[in-house]
Design a protein around this ligand. Structure first.
Ligand code: BES
Ligand code: ZN
Ligand code: ZN
Length: 500
């Protein structure tokens, strides 16, 4: 999409469609009143007759009369004025794009970013509108060869309007940054949506390397012999059921001072999780191609961080494996020796994420990170606890958790904290090894985090369980059906806050 900034009034825009916002229950603002006059009172009638109230994400498409330069006007509800926030603006912009898709309209002028949002800057409002539009404009059509013209079209052009001349530069910069950020998000979505037959660990590593080369990130890939040499017994154990060999992907962004401790991001990269010998049921097993969404978020974040030139050092580590049942797969009851030396009794081969993360979290210590954040589609229990609206955050560093919660609110990628009291680690004690990889039905998300904590003890560490948010069952304004790319916007928001 070509996205530009222009100074001018919404009423004077030519083109297919102009998009305006309206707060709920409020009398129309100055711009809407002028428009209403130009439309011969059509707006007031629509307001009264068609039940358009300005409620959040409500849309109303009107054909413009000859007196207006544009062909159509799209009104989008912004909800109650006193509750206005940046996420509301994102959702409004995304809802407007969804409407354009339905009507097969491929260009527009947008006058949303000038809507009043308390305590927000021009740059933040323009970024929010651009983000909402770009989030909604994504589609994954790589494997469609037929009837491609029947898919909702993507937007060709969008002009974002400013009314004040001196806002123009701030708006343009904000839009450019949003575009960089969204390249990271869409990179992550593309990887998640890629089917399992194509997406081997090797494929994931190649995609990471290609991206790294494009933006100048340092990239190291460890193949199976290298992982054996390192003695990553847990990662190798999970991988041994599949013919497709594992990889450990390591990317580095060196935007900070030389020698400055990096922030480390670690993402679960299970390219397909059949459960192994503890096989999953058939229903919805196809969705388990998304079990590398944590890894995708890490790769997408490094991509965006490089494009945005964030002034800090960053390292991303993605253990990539496939979890399949076979004659060579690990069995329930097997004991693995992790890179850290800790032994693990594998009681359920479907709890594989924590095993590969154990080795990746140990590996990342050699970078002497100041902070470690891991992301993983780790537990079904997280979906039971929080549904699809928030990811769980747990950690050993309360200040880090608080910063992440704040970044979640600001970015719109919501988090909710679960406790990580010492009581829970009793559930993962083993009688035959140091620990076991499942802790019973109670508090599944927490005992999984307690398992990871075993490998991050003295580090400043937080864990994000994105099992409920990494994949959308149906299309929502900001998320298409499929991979959401969740984590990228959250992490970039967090990284911006610590690199100031
Ligand atoms: N990848 C799954 C978790 C998952 C489930 C993610 C549904 C997204 C949607 C993970 O590897 C898994 O299977 N976890 C088990 C752990 C259990 C055996 C302790 C689970 O949650 O059932
Ligand atoms: Zn599993
Ligand atoms: Zn899994």
């Amino acid at each position: 999409m070509e996205m530009t900034v222009k100074r001018g009034s919404a009423l004077k825009q030519r083109g297919a469609c102009v998009i305006l916002g309206a707060f709920e229950g409020k009398r129309p603002g100055k711009e809407l009143l002028e428009l209403d006059q130009a439309l011969d009172g059509a707006l007031t009638r629509a307001w009264q007759q068609q039940g358009f109230t300005g409620a959040a994400q409500q849309v109303l498409l009107l054909h413009a009369p000859a007196t207006l330069a544009a062909e159509r006007v799209l009104l989008v509800g912004l909800g109650k004025a006193r509750e206005a926030n940046l996420e509301g603006l994102r959702l409004a912009a995304a809802s407007a794009v969804r409407q354009l898709q339905e009507r097969r309209i491929s260009s527009c002028a947008v006058a949303l970013a000038e809507c009043v949002v308390p305590r927000s800057s021009v740059a933040e409002r323009f970024a929010a509108v651009a983000e909402g539009m770009l989030l909604a404009d994504y589609r994954f059509d790589l494997y469609r060869t037929e009837e491609i013209d029947k898919l909702p079209p993507t937007l060709a052009r969008a002009v974002l309007l400013v009314t004040q001349g001196d806002d123009q530069i701030a708006a343009a910069t904000a839009i450019e940054k949003a575009q960089h950020l969204l390249r990271g998000v869409c990179f992550a979505r593309d990887l998640v949506n890629e089917p399992g037959n194509v997406k081997s660990p090797q494929h994931l590593a190649e995609r990471a390397r290609q991206m790294a080369d494009e933006v100048g990130l340092a990239c190291t890939i460890l193949d199976k012999p290298a992982l054996e040499k390192e003695k990553m017994g847990a990662l190798l154990g999970v991988a041994q059921g599949s013919e497709r060999e594992p990889r450990l992907i390591v990317l580095e962004h060196r935007g900070g001072k030389k020698g400055e401790a990096p922030v480390a991001l670690v993402g679960k990269g299970v390219v397909f999780d059949a459960g192994g010998i503890s096989l999953k049921p058939a229903e919805k097993m196809d969705e388990m191609k998304m079990d590398m969404a944590g890894g995708a978020a890490v790769l997408g974040t490094l991509f965006a961080a490089a494009l945005l030139d964030l002034p800090l050092n960053l390292v991303g580590v993605v253990p990539a494996v496939e979890n399949l049942p076979s004659g060579t797969a690990i069995r329930p009851g097997d004991i693995l020796t992790t890179l850290s030396g800790t032994t693990v009794e594998v009681l359920n081969t479907d709890a594989e994420g924590r095993l590969i993360l154990a080795d990746a979290l140990t590996y990342v210590r050699r970078f002497e990170p100041r902070t470690v954040i891991d992301l993983a589609t780790l537990t079904g229990a997280c979906i039971i606890a929080l549904g699809h609206h928030a990811a769980a955050v747990l950690g050993s560093d309360e200040r880090l958790v608080q910063k992440l919660l704040k970044a979640g609110e600001r970015s719109g990628e919501k988090l909710w904290q679960l406790p990580l009291w010492a009581d829970y680690s009793k559930q993962i004690k083993s009688e035959v090894a140091d620990i076991k990889n499942i802790g019973g039905r109670a508090a599944g998300t927490i005992t999984a985090a307690a398992f990871l904590q075993h490998f991050t003890r003295d580090l400043s560490w937080a864990h994000l369980d994105i099992a409920g948010t990494a994949w959308a069952d149906s299309t929502r304004p900001c998320y298409p059906k499929g991979g959401t790319g969740v984590g990228v916007r959250l992490l970039i928001e967090y990284l911006k806050s610590v690199s100031k």
